[in-house]
Design a protein around this ligand. Structure first.
Ligand code: ATP
Length: 208
């Protein structure tokens, strides 16, 4: 099965593109969804996170306070590394488990920080969703109600647009309308179907 890694900056349109792929019947595995499911109350991951960072990262109901956790690691590379050391192996393991159950010419692995994490080696192609920073800021602030400076901080923490684009095998330009976005996804879908058929049976060496 052809593995397409989908990435892009905050507010670039990754979720919107994933929805369109899903509507076309393409399996989409989302690393953010997996990360959320991994830290439900009672999970091993949440126990490890609480042991490392203390009960301050929990809400009253025992669930992870994701915003608090994000704030805690945002400017602290050591803490971020410790959190990732807990979560990343579990995310990769769960992705592999989900992939093993799928049968399709290709699948999408939506990984917002794919290039920052260096996971591209384990994928067949990297698909970047791109728009300029002004649009990212506008769309993300409108969607989240967050102030522009918060979005700017996140943009600054992510890989630079040009570096991301240079790593892309395929790119979707999401600076236009939703209709234009859909057309581009449909075109890529046909391309990937063709490549997936040519690709043949899955390679046993490829693991995330
Ligand atoms: P994040 O990195 O924060 O998860 P994302 O990359 O998944 O964001 P989306 O949530 O898909 O981005 O899009 C951000 C916002 O912009 C959403 O409200 C979405 O509906 C809107 N949006 C996406 N593409 C377009 C477009 N072409 N025209 C207008 N609005 C758009």
């Amino acid at each position: 099965m052809l593995r397409i890694g989908l990435t892009g900056g905050i507010g670039s349109g990754k979720s919107t593109v994933c929805t369109i792929f899903r509507e076309l019947g393409v399996p989409v595995i989302d690393s953010d969804e997996i990360a959320r499911e991994l830290v439900v109350p009672g999970s091993v991951a949440l126990q490890q996170i609480t042991a490392r960072f203390g009960p301050q990262v929990l809400r009253n109901d025992g669930s992870l306070d994701r915003q608090r956790m994000r704030d805690l690691v945002f400017d602290d590379p050591d803490k971020r590394q410790q959190l990732e050391a807990i979560l990343h192996p579990l995310i990769r393991q769960e992705m592999e488990r989900q992939i093993a159950r799928l049968h399709a010419p290709y699948l999408i692995l939506a990984i917002p920080l794919l290039l920052e994490k260096g996971w591209q080696q384990q994928l067949d192609r990297v698909l970047v969703i791109d728009c300029n920073e002004e649009l990212q800021r506008q769309r993300a602030t409108r969607r989240d109600g967050s102030p522009a400076h918060t979005i700017d901080r996140i943009i600054a923490s992510q890989i630079e647009r040009n570096t991301r684009l240079a790593a892309a095998d395929d790119c979707i330009d999401n600076s236009g309308s939703l209709a234009s976005l859909r057309t581009q996804v449909e075109m890529l879908h046909h391309h990937y179907l063709m490549l997936g058929k040519r690709n043949g049976p899955p390679s046993p060496q490829k693991t995330l």
